[in-house]
Design a protein around this ligand. Structure first.
Ligand code: ZN
Length: 376
């Protein structure tokens, strides 16, 4: 995504435009979105696959890895090849059938402008993958078409190609949702989330409604503070320019390593990314009129009781049941694992070298994560 400083227009929730009936809190959705996984292994793999610029080998490796991941989640994946000079670029598409043929398109690009592109756009790819994986197990009214685009960083080549070949007669597209740069940023303010709308086309009023309803969903299901901003510089513009209704999600914090060789895992803040994916999933579940089968949500401990935080001398674990604590270092190497119960609260950090670590605390089918720094 090519954005530098974007003027944020903060939307005050006056309730204009959104349909209240569509956004009533649903405990089943709240439980279901807790299944969103930790992004560490996905983003680590994304980084390991290397530079994703056009004509670098990491681009195709990433393409085929994303294809394999979608297949493992139960999808049949189509490759759409297109040419850019002598290079063949590839979009990937797979579909979750709904009971209606009307569809929502969810898109995320996987090419990078410069470097590894873990934030731009491994984070959007992670969100798309999680939404696809978790929707696979439930029934939705609307069909959902997932597309990983290539060539976004060259004037949205992949999405422009995709839009050009949509058969407009046979497909009813409700809207296109764009996922681009969703990770939080270490040491930045990660408390918000941008819900984006089209502010210029004939669909702008509908797009505003969509963004406002998405903002409402984020405030119902996550601790992120939504703000409404203008759709800017990503694949949704290909859809907007062809007359489709669009919306998008974009991270609130700035990302200083954007479009550089430093677009790396170590600068990404996970908690806000996880919340963003949960909110995006809740939005898609509401909008697509999903039905969660009875019994799919396990009975779980009170999520609020599960916590891990760092005092710099020790980690404090709060859990009201047996737990498993796993700690990785910044390179993704396992450094610590412990099974404990609710009375085991204090984990000494004396044996940890200085550095950044990721703690994952699992209990009763729930997980919380925390990135922490050790400085002796
Ligand atoms: Zn991007």
């Amino acid at each position: 995504m090519g954005r530098l400083k974007v003027l944020i227009w903060i939307y005050f929730f006056t309730g204009i435009g959104f349909k209240a009936s569509a956004q009533v809190f649903d405990q089943k959705i709240a439980d279901y979105i807790s299944k969103v996984e930790n992004p560490l292994s996905f983003l680590q793999k994304c980084e390991n696959l290397g530079v994703k610029e056009i004509n670098k080998s990491g681009l195709d490796s990433t393409c085929f890895w994303l294809k394999k991941m979608a297949e493992q989640a139960g999808y049949v994946v189509k490759i759409q090849n297109f040419l850019y000079g002598n290079d063949t670029l590839r979009n990937l598409e797979f579909t979750k059938k709904g009971t209606s043929d009307s569809c929502i398109i969810i898109g995320a690009h996987y090419d990078s402008k410069i470097g590894f592109g873990v934030n731009d756009n491994g984070t959007g790819d992670f969100a798309l993958y999680q939404i696809a994986k978790l929707l696979k197990g439930i029934t939705t009214k609307y069909t959902i078409r997932f597309v990983y685009f290539s060539g976004e960083e060259i004037d949205y080549l992949g999405s422009r190609y995709f839009v050009k070949y949509i058969n407009k007669d046979s497909v009813k597209i409700k809207f296109m949702l764009n996922l681009d740069q969703l990770g939080g940023t270490i040491d930045e303010d990660n408390t918000g989330i941008k819900c984006e709308r089209d502010e210029i086309s004939s669909k702008k009023a509908e797009s505003n409604e969509l963004a406002v309803s998405m903002a409402k969903i984020f405030s119902l299901y996550t601790n992120l503070n939504p703000v409404i901003t203008s759709a800017y510089s990503s694949d949704y513009l290909s859809f907007r320019d062809s007359g489709y209704l669009i919306s998008g999600i974009y991270q609130y914090s700035s990302f200083p390593y954007y479009h550089s060789e430093n677009d790396l895992l170590k600068y990404i803040e996970f908690n806000s990314l996880i919340s963003t994916v949960k909110g995006a999933l809740a939005f898609v579940m509401h909008y697509s009129q999903s039905e969660i089968p009875v019994g799919i949500n396990q009975k779980v401990a009170d999520f609020n009781s599960l916590n891990v935080y760092n005092t710099n001398k020790e980690l404090i674990v709060t859990a009201n049941a047996d737990y498993n604590l796993i700690i990785y270092d910044q390179m993704g190497r396992l450094r610590y694992s412990k099974w404990g119960n609710e009375n085991d609260k204090n984990i000494a950090l004396d044996d940890f070298k200085n550095g950044v670590y990721f703690a994952y605390l699992h209990s009763n089918g729930k997980m919380v994560t925390n990135k922490f720094l050790v400085q002796h």
